[in-house]
Design a protein around this ligand. Sequence first.
Ligand code: GAL
Length: 420
Amino acid sequence: MFKKTKVAAVFAALALVVTTAPASSAANTDMEIFTWWASGGEAAGLAGMTTEFTRANPTLKFVNATVAGAAGVNAKGVLVSRMKAGNPPDTFQAHAGAELSSYVKAKQIEDLTSLYKSEGWDKSFPKDLIKTLTTGGKIYSVPVNIHRANVLWWNPAAAKKAGITKAPESLDAMLVDLEKFKKSGIDGMALAGNGDWAIAHLFDYVLLASMGPDKFNGLWTGKTLWNSKDVTTAIKYFSKILAYGNSSKSLDWPDAGKLVTTGKAGFFIMGDWASSQWQSEGLKLGTDYTWAPGPGTDGVYQWLSDSFTLPVGAPNRSAGIAWLKVCGSLAGQDAFNPKKGSIAARTDSNPALYDDYLKAAMKSWKVDRLVGSTVHGVNYGNAGMAAYDSAVGRFYTGGAKDSKGFVTALTAAAKANRNG
Ligand code: GAL
């Protein structure tokens, strides 16, 4: 009897907690979102989706906790300390693939499988993409887009001046053109050394172009060894390409991109967010800049996907869920992607809203061979990615001389990824 009373008292106390909880979160009308989208095209994309969010949730206040730059390197540092301090935002940006698994392993994000069911998302996204968001049978984030990493960008006027009339189709042909740019008096390749990731992004492409998709995929499963001849060949190409780069080693990617659009550098290997960045600066696709698949990787789509999560302990959980619903909706994706320079993750988006580059990307995404981007979360988790980026960064700042040390550092990065 006494026991029963005690149990009843505990239940009464619990009921109090449960009934008072919504009241306190109802008072909180903030929806704090954490991203690294601060530059022109990124901010424009986010603004597109924010408008959609505010239209659907007029009582919630959109609080933008963007930490600028470096493809998330800076932001992730801040996020880690906020999570450690028990101060998560209501939602944060994470890439599909191994990066997402890092947060799942650390039990920092909630299972969203039931939201997929209630919103019908199991049918809206490609099955293979959902697999990269799934750990232990549970789906952990909502993908907003697909970006392509292996794109070559250039300025037609600068190319014409250098005697280049069409895009190179192999690494060797690209080296010939880099020399032509040099002879015309400009740097061949725009390089963004800030935060290491953009140099690692270039290296990731060179690995793919040099060894092809099968061996490239093998690097992340352990089938292709880092001390193999294939890697040595790729490093040789990489060193040659770096020799055609700009002298400043600390540019962020929008500034390196500007070298190309102002005719100071020839080529830029960058994800397709470069295009929306330039459009936000008033430049025109096809006139001021143009594109081709990264030389030697035509027919291969090196992809990455930005997605949003629901952090464990989000202060305004229901607002976080409201944001995720917009992220997964057709209206949200079509408001976001044309401005962000990516294609929708949903399969039913409207191509008429997208520019010619993105229309072509939509087609390629359906027919190309797909491989993941290492620098943007698909192949490696956060620990492996950080080690990979800094291995490439050290090789670059050291003058691209120490190939042996580079291989050792890349092997260590693979280990960091396994243990991370
Ligand atoms: C990537 C991200 C892209 C873009 C890029 C440059 O990691 O997925 O959406 O923002 O960084 O910051």
